[in-house]
Design a protein around this ligand. Structure first.
Ligand SMILES: [Zn+2]
Ligand SMILES: [Zn+2]
Length: 334
């Protein structure tokens, strides 16, 4: 099978993903073999490639996978050959620790990430444990469904954890794959959304998708924010967002790693009046399942830019430069 493989950590500018021909993997007990048709490109992959996260190496990246069941390992009974399925960032969790038992499997000490601790979807085939595979609602094409699995599902977790309520004002910092889905959920929930991004194109997409205000990171919005989600990879956004929060408001940090340090916070300006900061780690299966149903109900309209699998290096470069409109998706040859 054709696969794009990361062998060593390196800046994306060096095009570190290597196109390789590998044997099709064989599903073990309880696993399914999925023939991949589309795989979304996520900012977390840049963190893996450039060493801010530590993937096992070599690894096939990719954790927004849509495809069809092609093979079943022994004792795999939940799906049939030909079923259309999705695979998300959560590859597995132990199921036994206190976090798993409390429904917080995203915090499991043995949490494994798809395309990080196990091979992912930048390939024609991949394996998954059947309990960590989801049916995809019919209304989405393969390419549209791909970004729902991370950008959408993690975005949904961010939005829930922001505590935002109907009628309140939500601030989104950065407007990429995840934010363009989150805004559609927030509108559906009756929130007003303000978007902060440097990119002119991203601001116009935000207005098209229902933002009531869009400006640059230095601009002053017309109202204070009851909740905010920071999708940017930079540290400077954190004090900026905190200074714009309403009393008692919460800022959620959506990225796994910031690429530069968060500047020192001033207690009275950034934290006083019961303001909160919360990070979001991984997702649970329930996040993915709940979000896929909600996405079909709303319905979410994902904006996708499609590329060939062997263009993965270039797509990640465009992502780093903030030049993807909506979500980037790799089409995998049949
Ligand atoms: Zn992701
Ligand atoms: Zn666990």
């Amino acid at each position: 099978m054709e696969a794009m493989v990361l062998k060593e950590v390196s800046p994306i500018e060096t095009e570190p993903l290597e196109r390789m021909d590998l044997p099709v993997p064989v599903p073990g007990p309880g696993e399914v073999l999925v023939k991949v048709s589309a795989c979304g490109v996520c900012h977390t992959e840049l963190d893996e490639i450039e060493g801010r996260l530590k993937p096992r190496l070599p690894v096939i990246l990719g954790h927004e996978i849509v495809g069809r069941i092609e093979g079943l390992g022994s004792a795999a009974r939940m799906f049939h050959r030909g079923d259309r399925v999705g695979i998300a960032w959560i590859h597995s969790a132990c199921g036994k620790c206190k976090f798993c038992k409390e429904g917080n499997e995203n915090l499991c000490p043995e949490f494994q990430g798809t395309g990080c601790d196990a091979n992912g979807g930048y390939a024609q085939y991949t394996l998954a444990k059947e309990e960590f595979v989801y049916s995809i609602p019919d209304r989405f094409s393969d390419a549209e469904a791909a970004p729902l699995l991370c950008a959408g599902a993690i975005g949904y977790r961010n939005l829930r954890l922001s505590g935002i309520q109907r009628g309140q004002v939500l601030g989104l910092f950065g407007f990429g794959a995840s934010a363009h889905i989150v805004i559609q959920v927030a509108n559906y929930w009756g929130c007003e959304v303000f978007v902060f991004t440097r990119s002119e194109r991203h601001r116009s997409l935000a207005m098209k998708l229902g933002a009531t205000w869009a400006g640059g990171p230095e601009d002053e919005p017309p109202k204070r924010l009851h909740g905010a989600i920071d999708f940017t990879p930079v540290g400077e956004t954190v004090p900026k967002a905190l200074s714009l929060l309403e009393k008692g408001g919460r800022l959620v940090l959506a990225v796994i790693r910031k690429k530069n340090p968060i500047p020192p916070l001033d207690y009275s300006e950034h934290l006083w009046d019961e303001k909160e900061v919360k990070s979001v780690a991984n997702i649970t299966r329930k996040d993915a399942q709940d979000f896929l149903s909600l996405a079909a109900e709303i319905p979410i309209v994902p904006e996708v830019e499609e590329f060939r699998l062997d263009e993965a290096n270039r797509v990640l470069m465009l992502l780093k430069q903030g030049k993807i409109q909506g979500a980037g998706v790799l089409r995998v040859p049949g």
